[in-house]
Design a binder for this molecule. Structure first.
Ligand SMILES: [Zn+2]
Length: 298
């Protein structure tokens, strides 16, 4: 197989530590198969000039991706010889995640994406998605939640003049609800933790549910509003606790547990449903192809 260049912006970038580093531009990807004790395992071999060792991630769409340094001045030893033993050591973990992803993928596809009648989560509960035409003459599309006797619905009334996709309409409806729910939890916990965030932003971060900076800026994924309220609360408590303690040492976890004793349950819930929530508004496939989203890395 001929290696093909992958999307890589190349050029110059500022590293996490603030240093400006220049880097080579060529990333190549080749399909490969490793012979492991449990049988052959297909993967994508990615050679990256930025890589400093062997790394394996389970990509939501591309499956197993192994990244190794690109051959060059530094590549005195051939890293490929180390790949099979590296994967063999982690085989159980890899197969478990690949199988889980296949199950989740099948479940998402069975739900039917953003079709009328599909199921979509809001505050943890599955809602029936209804996509209907807005009354003639309606200028703007509208989204509303209707509580039902045995089933709740989210109804999208699409105005013919509105060019936005159903996904964009839903995101526009979810985001302010995410902000309101997150701000409510901040009000509930910030004083008790004796912290005050400088700014709160609601984003669509792919790899993290939330983050806290040393400048006391908090950022959260709007997709937390799809998860159960306890899961959203857990992430808010986690990020607020970082304003007191950076890092994830015992002091940090004790602080989190002081405000959210069952936080582990909800972290596990988010891990378990990450792919589902990140694919929630995809028109067909659960994730953006360009996104190197790490479900898990070693
Ligand atoms: Zn953290």
């Amino acid at each position: 197989m001929v290696p093909r260049p992958a999307n890589d912006p190349g050029g110059c970038c500022v590293g996490h530590d603030g240093r400006v580093t220049s880097r080579a531009t060529t990333v190549t990807e080749t399909p490969a198969v490793a012979r492991l004790p449990g049988g052959p395992l297909a993967y994508t071999l990615r050679r990256s000039p930025r890589s400093r060792g062997i790394r394996v991630v389970i990509h939501p769409e591309r499956g197993v991706v192994v990244t190794i340094p690109a051959p060059g001045r530094r590549g005195r030893i051939d890293p490929e010889r180390h790949i099979a033993p590296f994967l063999a050591q982690r085989e159980a973990w890899i197969r478990r995640h690949v199988a889980k992803q296949a199950r989740e993928q099948a479940e998402i596809e069975a739900r039917g994406g953003l079709r009328d009648g599909a199921a979509i989560r809001f505050r943890g509960d599955l809602h029936r998605l209804r996509i209907v035409r807005a009354p003639a003459g309606a200028r703007r599309s509208r989204v509303e939640r209707i509580g039902g006797v045995d089933e709740d619905e989210i109804v999208v009334r699409v105005a013919s003049a509105d060019r936005r996709s159903v996904g964009a309409l839903l995101e526009g409806w979810f985001k302010p609800r995410a902000r309101a729910a997150i701000e409510r939890e901040i009000r509930h916990h910030a004083d008790a933790l004796n912290v005050s965030p400088a700014a709160i932003s609601i984003r669509d971060q792919r790899t993290r549910w939330g983050s806290a900076s040393r400048e006391r800026r908090l950022a959260f994924s709007w997709r937390l509003v799809l998860a159960p309220p306890d899961a959203l609360e857990t992430v808010v408590v986690h990020e607020l606790a970082h304003l007191r303690v950076f890092g994830h040492g015992p002091r940090f976890w004790a602080l989190v547990a002081s405000r959210k004793p069952d936080h582990k349950v909800w972290r596990a819930w988010l891990r378990e449903h990450s792919l589902e929530l990140h694919g929630a508004l995809a028109e067909r496939r659960p994730t953006d192809r360009r996104d190197q989203d790490e479900i898990a890395s070693i």
